[in-house]
Design a protein. Structure first.
Length: 238
């Protein structure tokens, strides 16, 4: 085996371990130690709790993940845009939540440490008058593509050395599964969650105007791929 092949395998194994850590850390935070199991899109629809009816999932189109430097306070912020469409049979209540994980082990909650003035300035910079922040977008999502809504999520960037990041988005489906906590054996509710992986070439601070690139799931994840339209997205239970 030549040196180039060894390096490639080491890099790939490192990325696999990093992504496993993302899922584990996020689950530990959100479920106090409960475990998550990934599943295919079809399984995510069928493996819901017994008796659950009217299971639905919204269409979700992720936009770029970028780094923004505020001209007033000089601080860095990650931001992510998306479009959500309700193609289900009824109007739905939309209340999304997004968390950002970095390859340094950071867990960032959207909005934490982000002043409202920064949000307003960033929205003004994007010049999309119909785009809504994470608080404005909460509410009824009417049926049909004509009622699609555009949203933005912002995180305070505290570490600019991270090159791989993962976003977990909940609120896109009402599907859930009840499992036993592996330690206490108490019931734990896991919700259908979208995982999006991104990679940024080079140093984040040197790539302010460059969007992080969607990273395809590794071979171990490909069976769980969200669908062809979102190459870097898979469903998990979390």
């Amino acid at each position: 085996m030549n040196d180039a092949t060894k390096i490639t395998r080491i890099t790939r194994n490192t990325r696999l371990r990093s992504r496993w850590v993302y899922s584990f850390l996020g689950l530990t935070l959100g479920l106090m130690g409960a475990f998550a199991s990934t599943s295919t899109s079809n399984a995510a629809e069928s493996a819901v709790s017994v008796g659950q009816v009217d299971v639905w999932t919204l269409d979700f189109k992720p936009g770029p993940l970028r780094l923004y430097v505020d001209p007033i306070d000089g601080k860095h912020y990650h931001y992510f845009t998306y479009r959500v469409t309700n193609r289900t049979a009824k109007d739905r209540m939309f209340a999304p939540r997004a968390e950002l994980f970095t390859d340094k082990g950071e867990i960032l909650r959207s909005g934490d440490g982000v002043p409202s003035e920064v949000s307003r300035r960033l929205l003004g910079l994007l010049a999309q008058p119909l785009m809504e922040n994470e608080n404005q977008i909460i509410g009824d999502l009417r049926q049909g593509k004509e009622n699609a809504r555009d949203g933005i999520v912002i995180w305070k960037a505290t570490d600019l050395d991270s090159n791989e990041m993962t976003i977990f988005v909940t609120g896109l489906s009402n599907a859930f599964e009840r499992v036993k906590h592996p330690l206490t054996q108490e019931d734990v509710v896991l919700r259908k969650t979208l995982r999006l992986d991104y990679v940024t070439p080079g140093n984040m601070a040197d790539s302010v105007r460059v969007a992080a690139q969607p990273a395809r799931p590794e071979e171990t994840d490909r069976g769980n791929q969200f669908h062809a339209k979102i190459a870097n997205g898979i469903w998990i239970w979390r």
